[in-house]
Design a protein. Structure first.
Length: 138
């Protein structure tokens, strides 16, 4: 594996965690939205990642980058609340709220933030090691 491959791997990890943070922000910002129908109600979204593996000569699989396969909507049931006086209530007096769990989203945010920070530390360490290697020849 090339010494510079570490930058590609850590960079793709940072991109994946950045997407994860953006999705968490979207979920949290829509957590208290209200709708008059199930079809119009915001549904929690989650990113789907996969490690792209590279087959080397000795047949060992090595991770080479993080791929974003897509973003999926949660299949959890929406919150249906009886509020007949609400301006968004349907004909039966119900409003619909997203299936966003803010506690879970906050945990996802902390995890994504820490993963991003770890990738930055990997990049800094790799850069420092390469600089020290170059200084050895002086």
């Amino acid at each position: 594996m090339s010494a510079f491959k570490i930058f590609d791997i850590a960079g793709s990890g940072m991109n994946a965690q950045n997407l994860r943070l953006n999705i968490v922000a979207s979920n949290i910002s829509n957590a208290n939205s209200v709708s008059s129908s199930i079809e119009q109600t915001y549904k929690s979204r989650q990113p789907v990642f996969a490690a792209e593996l590279q087959n080397l000569k000795d047949k060992q699989l090595q991770p080479s980058r993080v791929n974003v396969l897509g973003v999926v909507e949660s299949q959890a049931p929406l919150v249906m609340e009886y509020a007949p006086n609400h301006p968004m209530a349907d004909a039966q007096g119900y409003i619909f709220k997203p299936n966003v769990n803010t506690v879970e989203e906050m945990a996802n945010m902390m995890s994504a933030s820490r993963s991003y920070q770890n990738n930055v530390e990997v990049l800094d360490t790799a850069k420092s090691m390469m600089l020290q290697t170059l200084k050895m020849g002086q």
